[in-house]
Design a protein around this ligand. Structure first.
Ligand SMILES: Nc1nc2c(ncn2[C@@H]2O[C@H](COP(=O)(O)OP(=O)(O)OP(=O)(O)O)[C@@H](O)[C@H]2O)c(=O)[nH]1
Ligand SMILES: [Mg+2]
Ligand SMILES: [Zn+2]
Length: 330
């Protein structure tokens, strides 16, 4: 059988010896490994100490990480570019993690190009507070973000979509809507994905996995995902997983209900609302929190319709949550 794996060993002075698909166990005494082919790849899934790495051989190897990572306090995560020492044809050891371009913390994914925040227009009911909170959380990570609204086929959803696209489109967010079963909206979505690493994020039941199943039939599954993908009923995603798609990857993630912004400084919150950040240049005081301060430009902007009033309300709501969290801490 032909095998790509090539490992070079050397003994006390006889020169290198090349083994194809070589295993250390097969060596006689006195041989030690001096160099070997490492295969580059990307971690697409991590479950209880196993890392599933999609390698340049276009296969997924199930790997353990070398012990030194633990000692150094480095934990490989989904999205990491890694070097793998192959073991046979299907397994390997992660021996190196490349420096990360960025690291999302919720869900945990490294080297992300963009986040698609997914919201259902109905079932569960759309909450603009959730939209603003999750948007703020992504802005906080400094990662590009687009909004996807699902379930456009449900009653009343078309009107609601008109409303939300009028709010978020002008802020510079890419906005699209999807409906089942016609796969309506798929084109706009697919146009956002090619060649990039995209994370689908949003609450449970909004349709993240459905997007992968129905709209991206070319997305390739990795082992372990098969049972979930073949099922048609209610299936809650439990792990982050990257699917290869159109020269990039799309990550399905478990839904989350809680997002923690409480580490933020009060004055940092306004940065996470684009229009508030820009209008606050006009506030009289640099540290203006846009509550009741004299000379605030943001409050009147919300009252006059220059910015969306609900966004301002949600800003205030998040601000008071932040204050409460800080009060609890001290
Ligand atoms: N009517 C309608 N139903 C949809 C649409 N998209 C998804 N659904 C349904 O919504 C339910 C939840 O979809 P999932 O894709 O499992 O949701 P999820 O976001 O992956 O949920 P978690 O894995 O729990 O985070 C399923 O029953 C889907 O069939 C849509 O556009 N229209
Ligand atoms: Mg899911
Ligand atoms: Zn202000």
């Amino acid at each position: 059988m032909w095998c790509k794996t090539l490992v070079i060993y050397r003994d006390g002075g006889c020169g290198p010896r090349v083994l194809l698909g070589g295993q250390p166990e097969r060596l006689g005494r006195g041989w030690r490994r001096i160099s070997e082919l490492v295969i580059k790849g990307r971690i697409v899934k991590a479950i209880s100490g196993f890392y599933y790495v999609y390698t340049e051989e276009l296969r997924v190897r199930s790997c353990r990480a070398r012990g030194v990572f633990k000692k150094r306090g480095v934990k490989p995560v989904v999205g990491d570019h890694v070097d793998v020492e192959p073991i046979g044809l299907e397994e390997g050891t992660v021996v190196q993690v490349a420096p990360r371009r960025n690291l999302m913390t919720r869900p945990v994914v490294a080297n992300v190009d963009q986040v698609l925040l997914v919201f259902a227009l109905a079932d569960p009911p759309l909450s603009l507070y959730q939209v603003d909170k999750l948007l703020a959380a992504v802005e906080c990570e400094s990662i590009a973000c687009a909004l996807v609204f699902t379930k456009l086929d449900l009653p009343g959803a078309v009107e609601d979509f008109g409303r939300v696209s009028a709010i978020y489109g002008p802020l510079g967010y890419e906005v699209c809507a999807l409906a089942l079963p016609e796969e309506q909206g798929g084109e706009a979505l697919r146009a956002l994905l090619g060649g990039r690493v995209t994370v689908l994020a949003g609450q449970s039941g909004v349709g993240k996995s459905t997007i992968l199943r129905n709209l991206l039939p070319g997305a390739s599954a990795t082992p372990g995902a098969l049972s979930e993908r073949s099922g048609r009923g209610k299936q809650t995603t439990t792990h982050v997983e990257l699917f290869a798609y159109a020269g990039g990857f799309v990550a399905d993630t478990p839904g989350f209900s809680q997002i923690d912004l409480t580490q933020l400084e009060l004055t940092d919150l306004r940065r996470l609302f684009r229009e508030i950040d820009s209008i606050s240049q006009e506030c009289e005081f640099r540290g203006c929190l846009h509550e009741t301060e004299d000379g605030c430009a943001v409050r009147p902007a919300a009252a006059s319709g220059r910015m969306t009033a609900s966004r301002y309300d949600h800003y205030l709501q998040l601000l008071s949550e932040l204050k409460e969290a800080k009060a609890r801490r001290y």
